[in-house]
Design a binder for this molecule. Structure first.
Ligand SMILES: [Zn+2]
Length: 250
């Protein structure tokens, strides 16, 4: 009897710890790191299709069949009416966007959504359209090749304002709304994904209108240290730190 009691006393906290750890590991906030850091960490993250930290760029494309399972329409104003694929965001990004837009409004800043989720098929069409219109090299500065657009993750949102004529323009970065967005997006888990002067790292020209949901913790670090998601993935865990490695197993 006494042994059974001891066994129970010992088992309960161990089980609780295992459950806690398992839940922790299941959290979509957790990056998957490889001890060799950088590119490999990014690649590992990119394979975690449902992670809000997924890294997508010209080196790390998504597959044609990548389609998030939790797309919803956020309750925010858009520049257009009616149902459309591009009104969708993944649920965590949608809820965060609602909070972001509401907080902005409280401060007299009126933001509008322009484009959220974009399927591979739509991106494919858009890429061909832009190449035809402006040529491949110009298109590749702003437009993504199919599979290489963050919009396919359902975590990216293009934002504009009346002061920017409801369009996606670099001028938005100098508007009151654009400045507010750059200074406050991180509080809600978003980053300005393609900052000025980081084209060689992100592969894209400055886009003050394109915000990306990564969760509050990563967004704060990226904002405060003036990083890109690529640099953050490289620096978040120093190379050779094996502490996080077991997370790869789950
Ligand atoms: Zn965008």
């Amino acid at each position: 009897m006494i042994y059974r009691k001891i066994a129970i006393i010992l088992t309960v906290p161990v089980l609780a710890a295992v459950v806690a750890l398992t839940m922790n590991r299941a959290s979509s906030e957790l990056p998957v790191w490889s001890p060799s850091g950088g590119q490999q960490a990014a690649e590992a993250g990119a394979r975690q299709a449902d992670s809000v930290l997924i890294l997508v760029n010209k080196r790390l494309p998504l597959s044609a069949d990548h389609e998030p399972g939790d797309l919803v329409v956020p309750d925010i104003p858009f520049t257009f009416e009616g149902d459309h694929e591009k009104k969708h965001l993944r649920r965590p990004a949608a809820r965060a966007a609602e909070s972001l837009f509401a907080a902005a409004k409280k401060e007299g800043i009126e933001l509008f959504g322009v484009s959220g989720y974009r399927s591979y098929k739509t991106q494919n069409w858009l890429w061909k359209y832009n190449v035809k219109k402006k040529g491949e090299s110009a298109a590749s500065r702003y437009n993504a090749f199919p599979g290489m657009s963050e919009h396919q993750t359902g975590l990216a949102l293009d934002v504009t304002s009346k002061s920017a004529e409801y369009s996606l323009t670099v001028r938005f970065g100098n508007t009151e709304e654009g400045i507010w967005l750059a200074n406050n997006a991180h509080r809600f888990g978003f980053i300005v994904r393609y900052p000025q002067g980081k084209e060689s790292i992100t592969g894209y020209a400055y886009e003050p209108w394109h915000i990306r949901y990564v969760g509050v913790e990563a967004a704060r670090t990226i904002h405060d240290r003036k990083l890109t998601l690529e640099e953050w993935a490289d620096s978040a865990v120093p190379a050779g730190n094996f502490e996080f490695f077991p997370f790869n197993l789950f």
